[in-house]
Write a protein that binds this ligand. Structure first.
Ligand code: SF4
Length: 827
């Protein structure tokens, strides 16, 4: 049995509704210690309670929170336990309670003075920060009126709904009610494929190699990973562009346990000496964007030193299949073997003949070599890989990547001789024009060394994801049966400014700080200002809210009911723990009020619990064995582990690959038009010394994640500011780059390129390669709050999309945030 799940949900699309008045808190038990003392010194524990919930923000943690409430007010948040058995009662892997500083700070987030308290209507020019308080009734009437008028004038899809990854929960997050609303009013919406603004490239690479994305059953976006505790089974772990110690804090403990208890070797490949690098056995400071060149060098080493796993390649990959040298596509058995059925073709070394791959007489299909077949000399797919990789000698790889040749040899030797070997990648690897290629290359290396579908192996971006078959998402999104029209975030600007592919004139942003977090921000803001009507739901006045016509006060995760099913293998019920503060409402409630006024209120007339019961295929083994036996009572009483096999979960453990061939396709036929059938290195689209622009802008500009916020959330929280440079942003720059520019530590510098600029304090550090600068993304640049001195990293980034990813139907293109050049000077 395999778990069917996708972090990136490709199929169909959206809803909700909900009257949450009767939606009561889940009481798990009274505090065992006395409550706080009142002024007279008497105990006041009568209303004290503790609740379990999941933290649904878009980080890799998916921690459980234990929330202490006294007299209706949250007094403390701590880590919560996870169930020790699966739904069916089998022992679950030990998954320690976990929390980070951001989680602990959620009290201050909920009670922050920065909360938007009421609905507000813009009264000054757009972006002037002038607002007038209005009622919810007025606000929702205005939205209904504007959306109706816009759709009448410009067509249904001219209203764009943008719910994104501010929450990974089911009702209100990235797969939530916004999509259902878009569906029932016929609007367009962004896709539900996760953080599609920048994270689709590595999932694309995954799809090329491990999935047939054209098969609707695969949903065109399947993406998976090893359960985090499975890293304890690895003999070596390479963190490839993955600062897990900072960005997946709870999982870092598992990696350290692997190192300290089991002697697992840890390797960091990163242009920055990160907290993760510091705890690794070795650090390879790579030139940003040259990742595939290093992987090609490792592939070359493994092949030339015969360190590949021949049995695995024969059994589970397309390595032995012959390629037609004229077309670069598969040689077909029915074209070269008389009487054969359509099939792949192999050369059987046991008798020296060409045979259909499925011929039962095949004994030893050749892995390498070129053989006469159908009048041509056809090489195996593995030979095509070897031919490509041959030029990536250690010396050439050093030239391309800056990684010393000796390190290439050493890592190649390790990779070919130590097993199982795990790879953990972050979405940083995705933030490149060729991010898909990076993933394709890593999977290729893992395939030829026999490290896919085995405990302690694989290439994991995050552990687990949003279950698909466990939830009836299609009907949740599309209660009328008609999916919403997808307009990807990367299409937004052209839709507004040029009317392409169709006009968008009004938008509703929820759980999304689009105006700040989207690449090429100046262009995005300009487009947003051209909208006829713009609504933003949020709990703080974000940069996106700054340029809205209407802002709606949203709830935090403690004030509404939802379900978290992301980034691990637990389902975490999220009860409403305290009543919404001020006049804040859940997005579900806000949508319901608008929907009623647009005549579609019947699709939003249930409570969150009622919708969750509809969504969850509770206990229906025939639909998804991972939830077999699940009851609502169990779901709402503890964080249940899905029934996975194996345990801990490993994707493709059964070696049933969802590709056309049923094998790992490290030779990707559908990428022949792009010359990417094997994973040959290609230079970044912008951040390359071969780019003429490099003379003008010689620094690669990275904008990575920090442990002190989740994207743009929590920037304002005093507890986090205290431990994060007072909340001031900074630019990491190597002294070798700073010196010639006359830049000293603490100077304000101007970072710029042709798209825009920002000003920020310089932090001189040797923990970043010369030629590379880094500014943690997500800081606020709002009317009231300047996290940086001025501007934002996304003033410099771009939206150049890689067309290769379009081979996957309905898959979003990727903003290559890190594939960016800039110059730095003293301000
Ligand atoms: S921010 Fe992430 S790591 Fe921190 S408590 Fe929340 S879910 Fe866990």
């Amino acid at each position: 049995m395999s778990v069917s799940r996708r972090g990136f949900l490709g199929a169909g699309a959206v809803v909700v509704g909900g009257v949450v008045a009767a939606d009561r808190l889940r009481f798990l038990g009274p505090l065992t210690t006395p409550g706080p003392q009142d002024a007279a010194g008497s105990a006041a524990a009568a209303t004290a309670a503790v609740y379990r919930t999941g933290h649904s923000n878009n980080c890799d943690g998916a921690c459980g929170h234990l929330v202490h409430v006294v007299d209706g007010r949250v007094t403390m948040i701590g880590p919560a336990q996870f169930a020790t058995t699966t739904i069916s009662g089998a022992p679950a892997p030990t998954f320690h309670p976990r929390i980070c500083a951001r989680g602990l700070s959620q009290i201050s987030n909920t009670y922050s003075p920065d909360r938007i308290k009421y609905p507000y209507k813009r009264v000054g020019p757009r972006g002037s920060g002038k607002w007038q308080r209005i009622s919810w009734d007025e606000a929702t009437s205005l939205i209904a009126e504007k959306f109706t008028a816009t759709q009448a004038q410009y067509g249904k899809t001219s209203v764009w709904i943008a719910p994104y990854t501010g929450s990974l929960s089911l009702i209100e997050g990235v797969v939530g009610a916004g999509f259902r609303f878009a569906s029932v009013i016929g609007a367009s919406a962004g896709d539900s494929q996760g953080d599609n603004q920048g994270d689709s490239a590595t999932p694309a690479g995954w799809n090329y190699v491990l999935v047939d994305p054209e098969n609707p059953d695969n949903g065109g976006g399947f993406f998976d990973g090893h359960e985090s505790v499975d890293f304890l089974n690895a003999k070596a772990i390479v963190f490839w562009a993955n600062n897990v110690a900072e960005t997946s804090i709870p999982d870092w403990r598992i990696m350290c346990d692997a190192r300290d208890r089991n002697g697992t070797q840890l390797i960091s490949v990163d242009p920055r000496f990160t907290p993760t690098s510091a705890a690794c056995d070795r650090w390879l400071p790579i030139r940003p964007g040259s990742d595939t060149a290093l992987i090609d060098g490792l592939i070359n080493y493994v092949i030339t030193h015969k360190l590949y796993d021949a049995d695995y390649i024969r059994s589970y990959t397309v390595g032995p299949y012959l390629v037609d040298p004229r077309t670069k596509k598969w040689l077909r058995a029915d074209a070269v073997i008389p009487g054969a059925k359509p099939d792949y073709v192999v050369y059987d070394e046991s008798d020296g003949t060409i045979k259909a791959a499925g011929d039962p007489s095949v004994r030893t299909p050749a892995i390498l070599g070129t053989y006469p077949a159908g009048g041509v000399s056809a090489g195996t797919a593995m030979q095509a890989l070897a031919d490509m990789a041959r030029r990536y000698t250690p010396a050439y790889v050093e030239k391309l990547t800056d990684v010393p040749a000796a390190q290439v040899v050493s890592l190649g030797q390790l990779w070919g001789t130590v097993k199982p070997f795990a790879v953990r990648v972050g979405f940083g690897l995705s933030h490149w024009y060729h991010g898909d290629l990076h993933m394709q290359a890593l999977l290729t290396l893992q395939a030829i060394t026999g490290n896919i579908g085995v405990h302690g192996g694989g290439v994991t971006t995050f552990a687990g994801g949003l279950t698909t078959t466990a939830f009836d998402l299609f009907n949740w999104w599309n209660p009328t049966g008609t999916p919403y029209t997808v307009l990807e975030p990367m299409q937004f600007c052209d839709a507004v400014t040029k009317g392409e592919p169709y006009p968008v004139r009004a938008a509703w942003f929820m759980v999304d700080n689009f105006a700040q977090q989207m690449a090429d921000r100046n262009r995005v803001v300009k487009a947003m200002k051209q909208l006829d009507f713009c609504v933003v739901s949020d709990y703080v006045l974000s940069a996106t809210a700054d340029i809205a016509d209407l802002v709606l006060p949203a709830c935090t995760y403690l004030e509404k009911t939802d379900l978290l099913s992301s980034n691990n293998f637990y389902l975490q019920y999220m009860p409403k723990i305290v009543d919404p503060l001020f006049e804040s409402k859940s997005d579900l409630d806000a949508i319901r009020m608008v929907a009623e006024k647009m005549g579609v209120g019947q699709y939003f007339d249930k409570t969150p619990d009622e919708y969750l019961k509809q969504l969850l295929r509770l206990g229906r083994a025939e639909v998804d064995p991972t939830v077999d036996g699940l009851t609502w009572e169990r779901l709402t009483s503890e964080a249940v582990h899905l029934n996975t096999d194996p345990m801990p979960y490993v994707p493709f453990f059964d070696k049933q690959f969802r590709t056309k061939s049923g094998k790992i396709e490290f030779y990707v036929e559908m990428l022949v038009p792009y010359g990417q059938q094997v994973c040959e290195h290609q230079e970044p689209i912008e951040a390359s010394p071969h780019n003429p622009l490099y003379k003008k802008y010689p620094l690669v500009f990275l904008s990575t994640h920090t442990r002190f916020r989740t994207h743009s959330q929590y920037v304002n929280l005093p507890w986090l500011k205290e431990i994060n440079n007072g909340g001031n942003g900074f630019l990491e720059i190597n002294p070798k780059d700073a010196g010639p520019r006359g830049i000293r530590d603490g100077d304000v510098v101007r970072v710029f390129n042709d798209r825009g600029e920002m000003k920020v304090y310089a932090r001189l550090t040797e923990a970043i390669k010369p030629g590379v600068v880094n500014c943690y993304q997500g800081g606020w640049d709002t009317i009231k709050v300047k996290h940086y001195v001025a501007g934002h990293p996304n003033n410099l980034t771009h939206q150049i999309a890689n067309p290769a990813q379009s081979v996957i139907p309905n898959f979003p293109s990727n903003a290559a945030y890190f594939d960016c050049l800039a110059q730095v000077e003293r301000a």
